[in-house]
Design a protein around this ligand. Structure first.
Ligand SMILES: Cc1ncc(COP(=O)(O)O)c(C=O)c1O
Length: 439
């Protein structure tokens, strides 16, 4: 009997014992094509010798030095590398151990910034429905997925949630994509005016929504307008690139493709590529300086901030992404993946939308293509698809509740950047069989 408190109480998952490139291997020898990098984590695939060597070398030199006393070489190097490539005025890096820690820190930093600026009345966060920002209380409060929030309602912060930018469902027939983008962004200004702009500290969003909406990319112009609205009312823009950042969409930072830069940016997942648990919150020099000129410290912290082995892994991963031409490869393989998905599923009676950027792709499933009616949630299609794909030897990331936390289903694909053409074929074949077996 296992003593592990596993994710599901009534299912014991197979034991993973190895990883090779795009495959994971269980203790029976079964190989699984990692079509979602777990949850958009394993961007370099499994068994990357350079990253492992960097971690080993760091552990031999220094495993841990508490950031209350020391900085460390790998943390400094990683921060320098990230800032060298970061968009806009981002200038400081706060290294944490995962995505929720990054978004939680972002929320607290936004609040402390306004307190130190002498505007303590700014305490409200505006975020979006159908986003996911993590599972700690602050991050979960920011997230807008009803299913994940429901039972924790009494514990959550009072966050405003506006509609997502969701062209497939919400663009009207008489609107262009740009007009819809402008209308979707207007929801932020409307909410600011409703609650009073002086009470708002920040707006938080995923540039390309991952887990809860299935690689939902914004309509053209949406984020430019969002940035304008934030600037008009002087509120901070926090972008959560925990899932879509670090090259996943075809640029190191996802927001580069929208032509904007945030005040605070969160990354994780692909930053450590699964080799170490690491995340980061980046902020502008102005935010940092406000604290520096005020109290002089960010009232936050965790024991494992800036862990040397994790930072060494992060540096090796980001170096690999940049130096091995992997961003260009994401675009190339991403185009090939979407072509294959469209060829295979473009006319499928239950595929409503194929979307995303780079190697971050989503398929929205519908009961009826013409009306876009979703399947009955009682079918629990997401769970059934995950199981069917797994039986086929494919790891993908299906999820239900795409539309409103209750209805709608999608499949998220986020394979390693090293995926080969033949493996793209294998992914689509296995996915096809899983969909056929499930629907
Ligand atoms: C956009 C986004 N933000 C935050 C998180 C939370 O990250 P973690 O699971 O590392 O805490 C996730 C995880 O899926 C995510 O997709």
């Amino acid at each position: 009997m296992s003593h592990i408190f596993s994710r599901h109480c009534h299912a014991t998952p197979p034991r993973a014992v190895g990883g090779e490139g795009c495959y994971l291997i269980d203790d029976s020898g079964k190989r699984y094509l990692d079509g979602s990098g777990g949850a958009a984590v394993s961007c370099l695939g499994h068994g990357d010798a350079d990253v492992t060597a960097a971690i080993e070398a760091q552990l031999e030199q220094l495993a841990f030095a508490h950031t209350g006393f020391f900085t460390s070489e790998p943390a400094e190097k990683l921060a320098d590398l990230l800032i060298e490539h970061a968009p806009g005025d981002l200038d400081r890096v706060y290294l944490v151990s995962g995505g929720s820690e990054a978004t939680e820190a972002a929320i607290k930093l936004a609040r402390q910034y306004w307190v130190e600026k002498g505007e303590p009345g700014r305490g409200r966060l505006i975020a979006r429905k159908q986003s996911y920002h993590g599972n700690t209380i602050g991050a979960l409060s920011a997230g807008g997925n009803e299913w994940r929030r429901q039972q924790f309602g009494p514990l959550l912060l009072d966050v405003s949630h506006i509609d997502p930018c969701y062209e497939y469902r919400y663009r009207r027939d008489d609107e262009s994509a740009e007009e819809y983008g402008a209308r979707a962004a207007q929801a932020l200004e409307d909410e600011l005016l409703r609650v009073g702009p002086d009470t708002v500290m920040a707006f938080m969003a995923e540039p390309v929504v991952g887990a809860t909406a299935g690689a939902l990319a914004p309509a053209p112009g949406y984020f430019k307008r969002i940035r304008e609205i934030c600037d008009k009312y002087g509120i901070l823009l926090i972008l959560d690139e925990v899932m879509c950042g670090m090259g996943r969409t075809g640029s190191l930072f996802a927001c580069e493709q929208d032509g904007i830069a945030p005040d605070i940016l969160c990354i994780a997942k692909g930053l450590g590529a699964g080799y170490q648990p690491i995340g980061a919150m980046l902020c502008t020099a102005e935010i940092y300086q406000t604290l520096a000129d005020g109290s002089g410290f960010f009232q936050h912290g965790h024991t494992y901030l800036g862990h040397p082995a994790a930072a060494a892994a992060g540096h090796a991963v980001v170096s690999a992404i940049l130096n091995r031409g992997l961003i260009a490869r994401v675009k190339e393989q991403g185009d090939k993946l979407v072509t294959r998905l469209e060829d295979r599923f473009g006319q499928h009676p239950h595929v409503g939308d194929i979307r995303g950027r780079g190697l971050f792709r989503g398929i929205e499933l519908v009961a009826d293509r013409d009306t876009k009616a979703p399947f009955d949630p009682a079918r629990k299609l997401g769970a059934a698809l995950k199981k069917a794909a797994f039986n086929e030897g494919l790891i993908c990331y299906p999820m239900s509740g795409t539309i409103d936390g209750k209805t709608g289903d999608h499949i998220l694909l986020a394979p390693p950047f090293i995926i080969e053409d033949a493996q793209l074929d294998e992914l689509v074949d296995k996915l096809d069989r899983a969909i056929t077996a499930t629907i």
